[in-house]
Design a protein around this ligand. Structure first.
Ligand code: HT7
Ligand code: ZN
Length: 874
């Protein structure tokens, strides 16, 4: 297929003003009757072309008259219809087959044939699998939806919008109608039908509108929805207070399914969630999962304005809604929890997922210029880097200026399909600032390197900071342009205190923190009246998504690690120190750097004032993926071994007695409570147990066995199991079997059991994965299960997957092929685990290339997989 290009965008020749849909729902076959009121763009004369895929056309009529076969024809995934005029009404009736739909886009069945329920997934282009329609986000229509179904089999009937009547039909059937007063694009359409239970809550929004909040799940899961309900209410209040955004329908439905391609979907008035991102209870959810539920609930709710009321003109603008909404969720989560910990978590994710994407064959700008399969562009770049760009804009405008900007953006674009230019224009105009230089960030792939060099002139008491930027070229763009990079900074004296900043021509003279913007390839910033040679704290709070290269000495980093009040930069100083220690270990350049890292952390270990969770994060060196990013001939086994050695050195420096004592002290205070301090204690306890296991596995496994047995909740249970499985395979057999039995009927807990084992390092992982594939609970048809076993293996187990003999790659390629026939979106997403293969050392590189080439040689691959594998091999 030919690529679709942003430069080729044209407004639609035909719009749909109103659509009425009637569904006769059935598991094997569903009939969909659609009535479209069509409007023609007078400036265009193209014939009407409606998107439609895998639809069985049963009837078609124009303005009340059945159409002869000569008046319409299929053209490449669409239906061309003759004789349509402005104001015409086109009626179609089609049949679709939900139970046979394993791709999980369009209308499909969740769960078993006899008891499962029907649901839809339309983003990005699923609506064309339901009915003939101009399936593009700049066609916004008013929807009236009537659902008809057998009452006993489908007692609950839901669609987006406000309820508008319900009643009985003959033969035990019933109907329900929903009217959505807000015109919307087709990707936000949704329905759900089946046997579901609900919890509900009355909510009055700041506008005074009474809203019924309803969360739906299958009977065995409904009691695990209360946390999500609380999180929803917190999200709604926060959006009212922080952005002045109110909910705009009388009902807000949220539904949980175990069969879902992504995390959740913001369909208007009827959000649908992967159960993994909605259900939470202490017995089966970890602390991380609780935070994720809160974050995803917030994210989807926030889309009601950033995505639904103001939508995207075309899919190239995807980051307009996703980057902005991720940023909104990050701010919300920071307000609800610890702001520095949230920032650390988000930056760690950016480095682990987005930086490698931006440095490899799948690199693309936040606003791509072209795509073949839009579902391949729901990426860390569009989401996470996109959020970083919004964060830079928000930082540039300040809290009040940003709110002025978003108010203008929402007011001006309400009900419209907007572009990234519209976003920047509103933010800029509301503040009298030209933000167009930031557009360059949206159009250019690659992570900029920011080099910083400081020089102190004691005689003149001047400190000159020279900043340079450079973005490495890639296949598509040989010369990258300089970008505006906001660098938030402070200067520290030797005693660890921040120095007042004096710069010529600056208003906030004498403050201790400032943002300077580097908008050329190189720039110098001169600070006057600097009493001593300072240590700069740069890019505070990670003020731009760049890689900072600065010639700090270990002593300078240790100073920042000990004193920087910016929690993020404190952690960052620890990470930089750890990287130096890692490099020294790898290159054999002497013990100083390792000692500097270990000494600094050992001091913090004994510092009673440090937050437990921050200490846990500080004790964790950069992960294997991040370490691999810095190498040109990657040997994952060597990286794993070196990182482990580094952790062993730290453990030895702290000492087994201190680790054991801290573990015992934390374990004595263990509860299932969810407050921040209890979560922090659990996190630190796990970190300490992992370090102890590297020094004294027998002692640590003794603790882990007791912890598994007595665990009050999933965080402790899973943590203990992971330590046992890593350090004492024999002893872990029994608790692993116990876990398997205990959670036999809990798919989300079982996923954790598969994932934990798939991630056990070492070459034996391959045989383990194959054995787990034979478990009766394993299936490729369920995306969560496929991700838990295969995704965790390929993306979460570098030593297990990257075997030098290439057997990991071959097995994985075979599974991708099988998966592609069932669910192309998932196959393509999992295939991205090969990213970075070109930088592997030669033996592994050749094996990975051969596996990819073998995959590419198959005919009948989906467009999704063809695009990913093709780009990977370019
Ligand atoms: N906007 C949602 C994206 C999404 C999705 C995309 C493609 C295929 C399936 C999908 N499910 C959800 C999720 C979000 O960002 O909120
Ligand atoms: Zn989103």
């Amino acid at each position: 297929s030919l690529p679709i290009r942003l430069a080729d965008y044209r407004p639609p020749a035909w719009r749909v003003e109103r659509v009425e849909l009637v569904f006769e729902l059935g598991i094997d076959a569903t009939e969909v009757a659609a009535k479209l009121l069509l409007r023609r763009d007078p400036a265009q004369d193209a014939p009407l072309r409606l998107d439609g895929e895998n639809l069985e056309l049963l009837a078609i009529a124009l303005d009340g008259q059945p159409l002869p076969g000569t008046a319409y024809r299929p053209v490449e995934g669409s239906l061309e219809v003759d004789g349509v005029r402005d104001g015409s009404v086109l009626e179609t009736r089609v049949r679709v087959h939900p139970a046979a739909n394993t791709a999980l886009e369009g209308l499909y069945l969740s769960g078993p044939h006899g008891t499962g329920f029907l649901l839809t997934q339309c983003e990005a282009q699923g609506f064309r699998h339901i009915t003939y329609f101009p399936d593009r986000p700049d066609v916004q229509a008013s929807y009236t939806v009537t659902l008809c179904a057998d009452r006993a089999r489908f007692p609950v009937l839901l669609a987006g919008g406000n309820p508008d009547g319900a009643g009985e039909l003959e033969d035990g059937r019933h109907w329900a109608r929903f009217v959505d007063p807000h015109p919307k694009p087709s990707y936000l359409f949704a329905l759900v039908a089946g046997q579901l239970e609900k919890i509900e809550r009355d909510y009055r929004n700041a506008d005074g509108r009474d809203v019924q909040l309803k969360i739906w799940a299958e009977a065995d899961a409904i009691e695990r929805c209360h946390y999500a309900m609380d999180a929803l209410e917190r999200s709604m209040r926060w959006d009212e207070q922080v952005y002045g955004r109110n909910y705009d329908l009388d009902v807000f439905h949220v539904v949980a399914t175990h069969d879902f391609n992504m995390g959740a979907m913001e369909n208007k008035g009827l959000n649908i969630f992967n159960a993994k991102c909605l259900l939470a209870d202490p017995d089966s959810s970890t602390d991380d999962e609780y935070r994720r539920v809160e974050a995803v609930i917030a994210h989807e709710y926030f889309h009601n304005w950033s995505g639904n009321r103001v939508t995207c003109r075309d899919w190239f603008q995807l980051s307009l809604k996703e980057g902005f909404t991720v940023f909104r969720e990050q701010s919300f989560s920071a307000d609800m929890n610890s702001a520095p910990l949230k920032r650390i978590e988000d930056v760690a994710l950016l480095r682990r997922a987005q930086f490698p994407e931006d440095a490899g064959p799948l690199a693309h700008p936040v606003r791509p210029a072209e795509y073949r399969e839009i579902n391949n562009f729901y990426t860390a770049t569009v989401y996470e880097k996109g959020a970083e760009l919004v964060r830079m804009l928000a930082g540039r405008l300040g809290k009040e200026g940003f709110r002025r900007g978003t108010d203008l953006y929402f007011a001006r674009n309400d009900g419209r399909a907007a572009t990234i230019e519209d976003f920047l224009a509103a933010l800029g105009e509301a503040n009298g600032i030209d933000l167009t230089p930031y557009l360059a960030w949206y159009g250019q792939a690659g992570t900029p390197r920011l080099q910083a060099h400081g020089a102190y002139d004691a005689g003149r008491r001047e400190y000159t900071l020279t900043l340079r930027q450079h973005t490495p070229p890639d296949q598509r763009q040989a010369h990258k342009q300089p970008l505006p990079i906001p660098v938030k900074l402070a200067l520290f004296g030797a005693d660890g205190r921040m120095l007042p900043l004096h710069m010529d021509g600056q208003t906030a003279d004498g403050e201790t923190e400032r943002v300077v913007v580097l908008d050329r390839a190189e720039q110098r910033f001169v600070f006057r009246d600097v009493a001593e040679r300072p240590v700069p704290s740069l890019l505070r709070g990670f003020s731009a998504p760049v890689i900072l290269e600065c010639d700090y000495t270990p002593t300078e980093l240790a100073l920042l690690l000990g004193h920087d009040p910016d929690g993020f930069n404190r952690w960052e100083a620890g990470q930089q120190l750890a990287l130096r220690a890692y490099d020294a270990l790898r290159d054999g350049t002497g013990p100083e750097a390792v000692a500097a890292w270990c000494d600094a952390l050992a001091a913090l270990f004994d510092d009673g004032n440090l937050d437990d969770a921050l200490l846990a994060d500080l004790l964790t060196p950069p992960g294997e993926i991040e370490l691999a990013e810095r190498e040109s001939a990657v040997d994952p086994a060597r990286i794993h071994a070196l990182r482990q050695q580094l952790q062993q050195r730290l453990a030895a420096r702290i000492g087994p007695a201190a680790l054991d004592a801290r573990y015992r002290a934390l374990a004595a205070r263990t509860t299932a409570a969810l407050d921040a301090a209890s979560q922090a204690r659990r996190r630190l306890k796990q970190g300490v147990l992992q370090l102890l296991a590297l020094l004294d596995p027998a002692q640590a496994c003794g603790h882990a066995a007791a912890q598994y047995r007595d665990a009050p909740g999933m965080t402790d249970r899973l943590g203990a199991l992971a330590v046992l499985a890593r350090h004492d395979a024999l002893r872990s057999a029994e608790p692993l079997a116990h876990f398997r039995t205990r959670y036999a009927n809990d798919p989300l807990a079982l996923d954790k059991w598969f994932a934990l084992q798939a991630q056990l390092p070492g070459e034996a992982a391959l045989a383990r994965v194959q054995a787990l594939e034979a478990d009766p609970a394993f299936t490729l048809k369920n995306p969560n299960r496929a991700r838990a076993l295969l995704g965790s293996y390929a993306s979460g187990n570098p030593t297990g997957f990257h075997r030098p003999d290439g057997a990991g790659y071959r097995l994985y390629a075979e599974r991708l092929l099988a998966l592609d026939a069932l669910n192309p979106q998932i196959a393509a997403r999992l295939a991205t685990a090969f990213n970075g293969w070109q930088r592997l050392e030669p033996q592994r590189r050749e094996a990975a290339r051969a596996a990819l080439a073998g995959l590419a040689a198959h005919d009948k691959l989906s467009r999704n997989l063809v695009e990913i594998v093709g780009n990977m091999l370019k």
